[in-house]
Design a protein around this ligand. Structure first.
Ligand code: RB5
Length: 151
């Protein structure tokens, strides 16, 4: 059975406001209850502020998933992945997004607004929010990601 998107935090920097706004209705259509962490305008801002806010809410159990968008998605993924229990996947295609969920149990999707167009971004979001974690041998491997947390 496919999971619903759940409680989803979304954040972006100035490079990605338009793509964020364009993707929000789709995430809601896929069952996501959205909390928008900003930014909301074109003024230059710092992507780690938004990545840390969403990642902290996931770590605190206030959110199930996150979507973080900046120019490339790189900075957002670096910052989000510093948080224990956060597995942020930078995806540029639907296959990677499906694998990020099925094999890596990713809980944060990172996108590059200067890298993918709206059509590809929608494919990625659909794949991310409609693919379940496969578990089994992948659960063993995911458990080994956290340093010092080996089974
Ligand atoms: C902002 O110019 C840009 O550096 C940022 O959006 C992102 O691509 C960083 O990883």
């Amino acid at each position: 059975m496919t999971e619903r998107a759940g409680r989803v935090g979304i954040g972006c920097d100035h490079a990605a406001v338009e793509l964020k706004r364009a993707l929000m209705p789709l995430i809601e259509e896929l069952g996501g209850s959205l909390r928008d962490f900003g930014t909301d305008g074109p003024e230059s801002c710092d992507y780690p502020d938004f990545a840390h806010a969403v990642a902290e809410a996931i770590t605190a159990g206030q959110l199930d998933r996150g979507v973080l968008i900046c120019g490339t998605g790189l900075g957002m993924s670096y910052a989000a992945n510093r948080h224990a229990g956060v597995r942020a996947a930078l995806c540029t295609d639907g296959f990677t997004a499906r694998m990020a969920r099925a094999h890596n149990d990713a809980n944060v999707l990172c996108l590059g607004a200067r890298v993918v167009g709206i059509g590809v971004a929608e494919d990625i979001v659909r794949a991310f929010f409609t693919t379940d974690f496969d578990g089994g041998r992948h659960a063993r491997r995911v458990a080994k990601i956290e340093p010092g947390d080996k089974p």
